[in-house]
Design a protein around this ligand. Structure first.
Ligand code: HEM
Length: 486
């Protein structure tokens, strides 16, 4: 039986290789394919992938050992892939996330994914997000206080860990209703484990012979840390669920509709569709994805404002107009609708710096794309957003940072799949509105109080910012800024 399975797998693999061989791409070698292309340090992977896309264009292939990635970056083709039932399963490489992040939305497929998505969506509904605004605002104010203290010292510092702390405190409060300021070592271990978990994920994706956990266990320099990371992530989530369940039994969780995600899931009808174990996996998934992506998005927003003083001035002017005399007042949900320029700046920041730059689907049946190429079953249809978001057909002068691209008049006629920082179609980001509301609220809390600038040795143009990635993109070497009180 094993032999039959093996020979079937080999013949499928050869079929994928044969069909994708028609696509442009670097020269392939037997067995290893293009593995040498990504034989570089983790810090260089972002630049390598970007240079491959620039060289080979909007559709190319990259075969690494037994895994073949078909990069799809033309908006018509992307629409076909992102909306087809033949490509709705997440990439096989995501299997490596499962032991760390849990069997949550990001890795589930088919009916199980549909059931989870239906159960979770109401807990991130607009009404619920409205109630999160005071939490975003409170955490934004604490972040502003920390930055103001650093302003006194006058020294340059990397804002990434501080944005990370702001994102983590906010997410833990809104998703788990837990306060991170209490000095709990288990919480600290949990948060420290998140970037490490994504680092292990990316390391294995580009070395697919390590996708099996058993094979990875032979990697003596990485596996012990991997086990520690896994343990920290699981222990903390289990503890939180347990505490919340106890609170529920003691009637300490109010039975009202609007509250932190976990509380809502525990008391609502929709939440009852998930077992306690499934809920624990989803909480872990949400916290991990939200924490990494929000940290990097917030960092890029601040760094962009620090480099582009003209844009910072305009954002501040808009916020001063909205907040009036009382700059320190907590932001109301109704204020957000007036932050139109700030919203365009956030959108352009997410175009310029694709925070989640790469994601992929497993092709379960051959799929003919509008460009005429058939992506074969068994390959991984992959999106590389830094290339997609710099397509001059949809974004003239793509290297220019111009928030007004997102004015309604300038967006008219743009292909809906030309700008997809949150992906699109049924498997789009469930936290998209959460992320936008968080970024707008924190911007409105910190920008009126502080001025950001880059130190003299920092980049003077956004195009020159060096980037690196694990699951998300960040500034290589740190987003160093200086802050002044207003
Ligand atoms: C600026 C911040 C964010 C960006 C750029 C972003 C981007 C994305 C992208 C591109 C995907 C698709 C990934 C794929 O297909 O593999 C995704 C999926 C997802 N995101 Fe986000 N995200 C952000 C914030 C958040 C937040 C705050 C949450 C939670 C509150 C969240 C939860 C999720 C989940 C659960 C999925 C999987 C959805 C599914 O497959 O059904 N994201 N995100």
């Amino acid at each position: 039986a094993l032999l039959v399975r093996f020979s079937r797998a080999v013949s499928e693999l050869r079929r994928v290789r044969r069909m994708t061989a028609k696509l442009p791409g670097p020269p392939m070698y037997p067995l290893i394919g293009n593995a040498l292309e990504l034989a570089c340090s983790m810090d260089e992977v972002y630049d390598r992938l970007h240079s491959l896309a620039s060289t080979h264009g909007s559709m190319y292939r990259l075969a690494i050992a037994h895994v073949t990635f078909a990069f799809v970056m033309d908006p018509d083709d992307m629409e076909a892939v992102m909306t087809s039932g033949k490509t709705s399963d997440k990439s096989v490489t995501y299997g490596t996330l499962e032991p760390l992040m849990g069997r949550g939305l990001a890795v589930l497929n088919g009916d199980e994914w549909r059931r989870h998505r239906k159960a979770i969506s109401p807990s991130l509904h607009l009404d619920i997000l409205r109630d999160f605004v005071p939490i975003f605002s409170k955490q934004g104010a604490a972040f502003a206080d920390t930055l103001a203290e650093l302003a006194e010292k006058g020294e340059a510092f990397d804002v990434t860990p501080l944005s990370g702390a702001c994102a983590n405190h906010t997410i833990c409060e809104t998703v788990m209703a837990t306060d991170l300021h209490r000095n709990d070592p288990m919480k600290r271990d949990f948060l420290d484990a998140i970037p490490k978990a994504f680092d292990h994920f990316m390391y294995r994706v580009w070395r697919p012979w390590l996708l099996s956990e058993w094979v990875y266990s032979l990697h003596r320099s990485r596996f012990p840390e991997y086990l520690k990371v896994k343990d920290s992530l699981n222990r903390f989530t289990r503890k939180i669920i347990c505490e919340k369940k106890k609170a529920l039994q003691k009637h300490e969780i109010p039975q009202r509709k609007r509250q932190a995600f976990l509380g809502h899931m525990l008391v609502s009808e929709e939440g009852a569709a998930l077992s306690e174990a499934e809920l624990a996996e989803e909480v872990k998934t949400l916290v991990m994805i939200a924490s990494a992506s929000s940290m990097d998005a917030l960092t890029f927003l601040i760094y962009t404002l620090a480099i582009r003083q003209d844009i910072q001035d305009k954002v501040r002017q808009e916020l001063d107009d909205i907040l009036g005399e009382d700059r320190g007042r907590p932001l109301q949900h109704s204020d957000l609708a007036h932050m139109q320029y700030t919203e365009r700046v956030i959108k352009e920041t997410l175009r310029f710096f694709s925070v989640v730059p790469i994601f992929a689907r497993t092709v379960t049946e051959d799929l003919l794309l509008p460009s005429g190429f058939t992506v074969p079953r068994g390959s991984q249809a992959t999106f590389w957003l830094p290339y997609v978001h710099r397509n001059p057909q949809w974004f003239p002068e793509p290297d220019k940072f111009d928030p007004d691209r997102f004015l309604p008049d300038n967006s008219r006629g743009r292909h809906p799949f030309a700008y997809v920082p949150f992906s699109a179609g049924p498997r789009n980001c469930i936290g998209q509105r959460y992320a936008m509301t968080f970024l707008k609220t924190v911007a409105a809390t910190i920008v009126p109080r502080l001025r950001f600038e880059v130190p003299d040795d920092g980049p003077s143009r956004l195009e020159d910012v060096p980037l690196t990635m694990n699951l998300t993109v960040s500034v290589r070497g740190g987003a160093n800024i200086r802050v002044h009180r207003r």
